[in-house]
Design a protein around this ligand. Structure first.
Ligand SMILES: *Cc1c(COP(=O)(O)O)cnc(C)c1O
Length: 413
């Protein structure tokens, strides 16, 4: 359980949950969007300033956001790109991962984790997850190592850090690279160290549902100067690094193409949003932690499996609040639960169907979901409920009421 002091649910209008009952049904126009971002006036003003300046592409605000993010994470180098997927793809390339190489990653992740390994020309190899942490299981990782294994790609699922002591030990024993998928892990820390800096490259996403957003966007962190320089070049057509400053008002410079790069650069309109989002990252983290504690308290007696408490000496990013719905215990299937929540005008998510459940991967790699039984079970039972810092106490109350109505008897007096 969270150490946060738990206060009773606050609700301006009504003093007890029972009084509220029957009035909870949200109207269609009041649909609670899953993962709705907080956009403040500062972001709006900064975007407008970019537009008025005429400098909307990659420029000073992108450089500033890279700087700010590197400072926040205490990273040596940061390269802003236009998605988390782009960050992962470039991470693989700068780390020299390519055809003939195998990359071991989790069976419970977003498809981009797997797709980018494929885009790099390498072969993804899946390891099952730990049932409690839902993170990649180091024992499974070690069992999957072959002479072709080049890297381990842990995903800090829902914001909970992976077991980095054991993963780093495995990597050093077998001389493997580590590339971290930190899409859920902006605030994550493990034993005083920040997620994204354990391995060779850390990859972040600022997609609309993530803990800070730029619309679309991503960031690469690395302590390796050469990796950072190559990522910058590859993110902008393979043009020599100078190209990033080519459009400033200093003298004209020719660029040189040094490789077949990509169009992955972040633009200032995105960075204008991110700069201000980052300033509120801790404030929002506190609010999500508070909502998390309210959910834990309200659902404690329900026949559902709640997320495990954060491990000692770690900082959980509280990106997702996931519950497991087992029909045997709740009387309602996960999919019926999803539909019923939606009907109550509450947005929900599934993170994730296990990777081997998707037809493409089955055909391409011959994977069977049943070979990754823990990821498969989680994928079939999991539901993510709203955890945005934008939720009001009344919103949180509505979610609690809807969940409680569907899976059990309210435990409140
Ligand atoms: C969101 C996400 C990505 C991809 O990030 P985008 O910015 O959407 O490209 C990759 N991995 C995980 C685990 C994610 O949740």
């Amino acid at each position: 359980m969270s150490s946060l002091k738990e206060e009773p649910l606050t609700n301006n209008r009504l003093s007890s949950p029972s009084e509220f009952k029957g009035a909870t049904m949200r109207t269609k126009g009041d649909f609670l969007i899953f993962g709705s971002p907080c956009i403040g006036q500062e972001e709006i003003d900064e975007v407008v300033a970019s537009m008025k300046s005429g400098w909307i592409g990659t420029g000073p605000k992108t450089a500033q956001f890279e700087n700010d993010f590197a400072l926040y994470k205490e990273a040596a180098y940061a390269v802003a790109v236009n998605s988390g997927t782009a960050a992962l793809h470039l991470a693989m390339l700068v780390a020299g991962i390519g055809p003939g190489d195998e990359v071991i990653t989790t069976a419970l992740t977003f498809c981009a984790t797997i797709n980018t390994i494929i885009h790099a020309g390498a072969t993804p190899v899946l390891a099952d997850v730990d049932p409690v942490s839902m993170n990649i299981d180091p024992i499974e990782v070690e069992a999957k190592i072959t002479s072709r294994t080049k890297a381990i790609l842990p995903v800090h699922f829902a914001g909970r850090p992976c077991d980095m002591d054991r993963l780093c030990a495995i990597a050093s024993r077998h001389k493997l690279l580590i590339i971290e998928d930190c899409a859920h892990a902006i605030e994550t820390e493990y034993k005083g160290r920040k997620a994204g800096l354990f391995g060779d490259v850390g990859c972040f996403s600022f997609y609309v549902t993530k803990n800070i957003v730029t619309g679309e966007g991503g960031m690469i962190l690395t302590g390796n100067e050469n990796f950072a320089a190559r990522a910058k070049t590859l993110a902008l057509h393979g043009m020599s690094a100078d190209a990033w400053s080519r459009f400033s008002d200093s003298e004209y410079k020719h660029y040189k193409v040094t490789g077949a790069g990509f169009k992955y650069n972040m633009m200032d309109i995105q960075a204008a949003i991110g700069m201000h989002q980052l300033r509120r990252v801790d404030q929002w983290w506190e609010r999500r932690k508070e909502i998390w504690a309210k959910y834990n308290k309200a659902f404690a007696e329900l026949p559902v499996e709640l997320p495990a408490a954060p491990e000692p000496e770690t900082r959980h990013a509280y990106h997702l609040y996931t519950m497991l719905i087992d029909k045997e215990k709740t009387g309602i299937s996960r999919d019926d639960f999803l539909r019923a929540m939606h009907k109550q005008n509450i947005g929900v998510g599934v993170h994730y169907l296990s990777i081997p459940e998707h037809p493409f991967y089955q055909e391409r790699f011959g994977w069977h979901a049943a070979d990754y039984p823990i990821a498969m079970r989680i994928g079939q039972q999991t539901v993510s409920i709203p955890l945005s810092p934008k939720l009001t106490d009344v919103d949180v109350f509505d979610v609690i009421e809807a969940v409680t109505d569907l899976v059990g008897t309210p435990t409140t007096e």
